[in-house]
Write a protein that binds this ligand. Structure first.
Ligand code: GLU
Length: 449
């Protein structure tokens, strides 16, 4: 069987790390199996979907390297959903119901007060043609419910193993709202059949849904609709560093914000592709390489921990792995291309690429030297050799030590503060020749050079 998966976001908001993990795992699984990845825009809700969010989704996926082989919009496929609804009506599986939200709410409260599960009681199935006509005459429009079999629906889940949902414990799902809007449940099944989706991979918040959707798949297939029931994988959800569910905080973790904050796409994909798996949380060479090692068998049942500290560490790793050739166009764009020696020197200190601008400023100046002990710095200036090259730092600092008696931090920190204006930064031995003797001397005299 050829592998074909889909990522099906609704263009009603920005992609966040939770969506992207789903997209990524679909992509990794497909590419690892030589399969295809479909981008399906779930835009049946025309009122809430916008072209800007749709564009944002595409931009984010491309930026992450998750290119798609096929792309669809649900809003262009309403005729297929109408046809499926007609087929289900003909099979007696889709029935009209006229209750208002208030009426349903009241009934649920009564059930709960009696200690009963708040499941839809199927009163609509008992309506006579006259009662329906009376509702219609009142101006009520029906919503349409799928009549569940009420059985144990079982499947072998790629991520969870044997899975079961008892559809007898569920309300018959509403597939079409009174205003004619197709809710997500039916279009998703129709598309998965029509597009020959082999595996539906999504978060474990969809497990119950899957029970109902498998019944819909089977009803359509039994009625002669082409296609086959796909396999399923439901991934454990993301939790934050504190172990709490991330769902409520996801809105603030948009991919476009992370791009603006300077995260590397490979850091994001390495992080999201490896948390919750047995693979070490290390940077991958590429998203393709990540696909070669991905396997559902490595994914545990415990939640995946999304920790910004891990992401930051991976981001630094990604930068430290960049060669000068790879970095050069970006250095040039940042106005910080001071050559290969500069890149080699500052690279180990980068946490975000844009830090290079500040490091270039330290080399080029002007910086404000920080001098606390004027006598010490005066001695350092006097001892500064005529030529500043790669090896000068150790001979120079040894000479300062011999004259002043300072050692360790007391020796190096005043020099760093005077020469860079900062307490932290790249290796001074490598920075010194980049800054150059003349600028060093000026800074040691307290000049903003
Ligand atoms: N649009 C649905 C969602 O974002 C798709 C779920 C699915 O993958 O079936 O939740």
């Amino acid at each position: 069987m050829s592998v074909k998966v889909r990522f099906a976001p609704s263009p009603t908001g920005k992609l966040h790390v939770g969506n992207v993990r789903t997209a990524l795992v679909n992509w990794l699984f497909a590419k690892g199996q030589g399969g295809q990845f479909v981008l399906r825009i779930d835009d049946t809700d025309l009122a809430r979907s916008t072209p800007e969010f749709e564009q944002g989704i595409e931009d984010d996926l491309r930026w992450l390297g998750l290119v798609w082989d096929e792309r669809h919009n649900q809003s262009k496929r309403f005729d297929r959903y109408e046809a499926a609804a007609e087929a289900l009506k003909a099979a007696g599986r889709l029935y009209p119901a006229y209750e208002t939200a208030d009426e349903l709410d009241r009934r649920r409260k009564v059930q709960l007060s009696r200690g009963l599960p708040p499941i839809y009681d199927r009163a609509a199935l008992e309506l006579t043609p006259e009662q329906k006509a009376a509702y219609e005459a009142e101006g009520r429009r029906p919503h349409w419910r799928f009549k569940l079999d009420g059985r144990r629906v079982a499947w072998e889940d790629l991520s969870r193993g044997h899975a079961e949902v008892d559809t007898a414990s569920m309300s018959d799902p509403v597939l079409i709202r009174e205003d004619g809007l197709f809710l997500y449940t039916l279009p998703s099944v129709v598309d998965d059949l029509d597009m020959a989706i082999s595996h539906v991979i999504r978060g474990e918040d969809h497990v119950t849904n899957t029970g109902a959707q498998i019944e819909i798949f089977e009803a359509l297939i039994a009625g002669g609709w082409g296609g086959a029931l796909p396999g399923f994988a439901h991934m454990p959800l993301l939790v934050g560093a504190d172990g709490q569910a991330l769902s409520k905080r996801l809105g603030s973790l948009s991919i476009s914000d992370m791009r603006d904050q300077g995260y590397e796409p490979i850091a994001i994909t390495s992080h999201l592709g490896r948390i919750g798996t047995s693979d070490p949380l290390e940077i991958a060479a590429s998203v393709e390489a990540l696909g070669q090692t991905f396997a559902f068998s490595k994914m545990g049942r415990s939640p995946a921990r999304y920790d910004t500290a891990d992401l930051d560490r991976l981001n630094a790793q990604a930068l430290h792995a960049l060669s000068y050739e790879q970095a050069q166009p970006r250095l040039a764009q940042a106005g910080a291309d001071l050559g290969e020696a500069f890149w080699e020197t500052v690279r180990p200190n980068l946490t975000k690429f844009d830090d290079v601008a500040e490091m270039a400023r330290i080399v080029r100046g002007p910086i404000a030297p920080v001098i606390e002990d004027a006598d010490f710095i005066a001695a350092a200036l006097r001892l500064l050799p005529e030529t500043v090259d790669q090896d000068v730092w150790s001979t120079w600092t040894a000479a300062i030590k011999a004259e002043t008696g300072a050692k360790g931090k007391a020796l190096f920190m005043p020099l760093r503060l005077a020469l860079t204006g900062q307490a932290h930064g790249p290796d001074m031995a490598a920075m010194a020749p980049l800054i150059g003797r003349e600028t060093m001397a000026r800074r040691l005299q307290g000049e903003a050079a």
